[in-house]
Design a protein around this ligand. Sequence first.
Ligand code: IPE
Ligand code: IPE
Ligand code: MG
Length: 224
Amino acid sequence: MNPLNHVAIIMDGNGRWGLKYKKSRNAGHKEGLKTVEKIIKQTIKHKIKFLTLYAFSTENWRRPKKEINYLFNLLENFLINRIDELHKQNIKLKIIGVKNFSSKLNKLLNLSERKTDKNRLLQINLALNYGSKYELVNAFKKLQKNKNKITEKNLTKYLQTKNIPDPDLLIRTGNTHRLSNFLLWQLAYAEIFFEKKLWPEFNEKDYNKIIKKFKNIKRNFGKI
Ligand code: IPE
Ligand code: IPE
Ligand code: MG
């Protein structure tokens, strides 16, 4: 049975769910947050140590302002209402991506990270304004600036995921088969599961099923 230390998820399909059932994409984002809560609980039950959630990509700025504002409001309210509870549950929150939001949201994010920094049960990495290509170019720039030798180990030190083991398992919901600029380096050896269901309809059972399948895969890492 494969050990499972880190799950990464591309939470896709909110907009389509919202349009289908509530006639608004934003309603889908709101509903998607319920799935986030369910999956966090289930991740803890499985004793998984790292959960990385793709919430907003560097490309998502191309969406209408109204939708972007809605998403960040949702995040702000989520943190205001839930961070104490997450802290009590011994969950650490880390943001990966560039924090260039409103000063109110930036402060809230920094505060949430600081508050939960010592927690050890589960680390949630929230990918916000995250783009893998930007992250890699930035890491190479730092190598160059510090005159470091270009090695895998040195590069990894300048990624936003430094000190985080690579994901073992990637799940993308929403019936779309692409990576959308997510963790291109870190996913080099992840097992990838594409799920037909839209994120708001993805549930604990679906998650358990994937984990069970993952545990029985023969992971070769180049060997036979
Ligand atoms: C959620 O799904 C991902 C976010 C960017 C928040 P989408 O909003 O991409 O939903 P679809 O793919 O349009 O249905
Ligand atoms: C990827 O989903 C980003 C997040 C889930 C945050 P998108 O729905 O934005 O991806 P594309 O643009 O369809 O590839
Ligand atoms: Mg999408």
